[in-house]
Design a protein around this ligand. Sequence first.
Ligand code: AMP
Ligand code: ZN
Length: 136
Amino acid sequence: MEDCIFCKIIDGKIPAAKIYEDNKVFSFLDIMPANKGHCLVVPRRHSVTLIEMSEDDLVATVKAAKKIASALSLSFGNGSFNIVMNNGKEAGQLVNHAHIHIIPRFQKDRLRIKWSHVKYDDNEIKEYAEKIRKFI
Ligand code: AMP
Ligand code: ZN
């Protein structure tokens, strides 16, 4: 992918603070972190969202995320972290190469991951479950 910034990082064409790599996965520090130590884990093979990723890439990426979360906790963290994956424009995905964020959390940090709630009308929850089940 010629214009993909994460493909360029993986290919060594632009610099990044590398954390980990193997034959399927590459991981580096986010340049505009939500907290210091905020890591990104990306599959080497370009896919845009989780849905496009092959199962092999997905397994490798999630395994690497666990390894990195553990290293964060053992180095300067405290065992608290958020895993975030933005998929698609409406979900806030800015870089169109699938990636998992691992964000270490600290007491009194400024990161807020909270959402407001909406309500289902009567029976609507069952209708939504049915709609989704049909495609599984
Ligand atoms: P998202 O909104 O999930 O697509 O997040 C993309 C993330 O990539 C943002 O948190 C950016 O700070 C990060 N980012 C963009 N360019 C770079 C770069 N060159 N090196 C490291 N992180 C980057
Ligand atoms: Zn890419």
